[in-house]
Design a protein around this ligand. Structure first.
Ligand SMILES: CC(C)(COP(=O)(O)OP(=O)(O)OC[C@H]1O[C@@H](n2cnc3c(N)ncnc32)[C@H](O)[C@@H]1OP(=O)(O)O)[C@@H](O)C(=O)NCCC(=O)NCCS
Length: 189
C-alpha cells in the first residue's frame, strides 16, 4: 500500500517554540510519563535503557519551557535512520512539535551520508500514519503480525532524501571500444 510519494513536507499552521536536544538520564521520568499516556503497550524504563545502551541508538527530546513535550528514539543503520519510538505529549499535539523533530532527523540524513528514514507504524494508528504522510514519508510494505502484543500488522513507512527519480546514479565509465562492441552486438542480434 502506498500513501503517495516523498512530496515536500507540509509545514504545520502553528509551530510552538521548542528546543530539540539529546535525551539525558534526567529526562527519563518525564519521557516515561509521556510514553505511558501515549501507548497501550508502553515501553518500560528497562526497555528504554536497554535500547539507549546500544552504541548506535540515540534519544532525542523536545523541550518547551523546561518541560519535555516529546521524544524520539532512533538507531543509526548503515544507510538509514530507523525510528524505534516516537511520541508527543497529548497536551502538546497539533502544534508542530513532532514535525520539528522529524525535520531535525531529516537534517541529519545528509550530514551523516544516510539517505533514508524508516519506521513501523501500527495498522490501527491512523493519526500517526497521517502525520508521517504529512512529513513526506510513504508506506511501502506491510509486516504481518509484527507486534507481539496484539499480533497487529505494521506498515513500513519511509522517507527518502532522493526519491527514485532524483537518485544520483553512480558514474560507470564506458570507453569507446566498449561502446563500439555494444553497437556491434546490437546489430548482430
Ligand atoms: C503522531 C504524533 C507524534 C504527531 O505529533 P504532533 O506534534 O501532534 O504533530 P504535528 O503537530 O507536528 O503535526 C503535523 C501535521 O501532521 C498531521 N497530523 C498530526 N496529527 C494528526 C492527527 N491526529 N490526525 C490527522 N493528521 C494529523 C497534520 O497534517 C498536522 O498538521 P496540522 O496540525 O497543521 O494539520 C502524535 O500524535 C503522537 O504522539 N501520537 C501518539 C504516539 C504515536 O502514535 N507515535 C508514533 C508511533 S509510530
Amino acid at each position: 500500500m502506498s500513501y503517495g510519494n516523498s512530496s515536500p513536507r507540509s509545514v504545520s499552521k502553528t509551530r510552538c517554540d521548542v528546543q530539540i536536544r539529546w535525551m539525558i538520564r534526567r529526562d527519563m521520568s518525564e519521557v516515561l510519563d509521556i510514553e505511558r499516556q501515549c501507548f497501550e503497550f508502553a515501553w518500560s524504563e528497562e526497555d528504554f535503557l536497554c535500547c539507549l545502551r546500544q552504541r548506535n541508538c540515540i534519544g532525542m527530546v523536545a523541550e518547551r519551557q523546561e518541560r519535555i513535550v516529546g521524544f524520539m528514539i532512533y538507531e543509526l543503520l548503515k544507510s538509514q535512520l530507523h525510528v524505534l519510538n516516537f511520541a508527543v505529549a497529548p497536551w502538546s499535539r497539533r502544534q508542530g512539535v513532532a514535525s520539528q523533530m522529524v525535520e531535525k532527523l531529516v537534517n541529519k540524513l545528509s550530514q551523516q551520508r544516510r539517505q533514508e528514514i524508516s519506521l513501523e507504524v501500527r495498522e490501527t494508528n491512523l493519526a500517526a500514519q497521517l502525520f508521517f504522510r504529512s512529513q513526506g514519508l510513504h508506506a511501502d510494505g506491510v509486516l504481518r503480525g509484527h507486534y507481539e502484543d496484539t499480533e497487529e500488522d505494521a506498515y513500513v513507512m519511509r522517507y527518502q532524501l532522493y526519491p527514485d527519480d532524483e537518485q544520483i546514479l553512480p558514474f560507470v565509465p564506458r570507453n569507446r571500444i566498449a561502446r563500439i562492441g555494444e553497437d556491434y552486438d546490437a546489430e548482430a542480434a
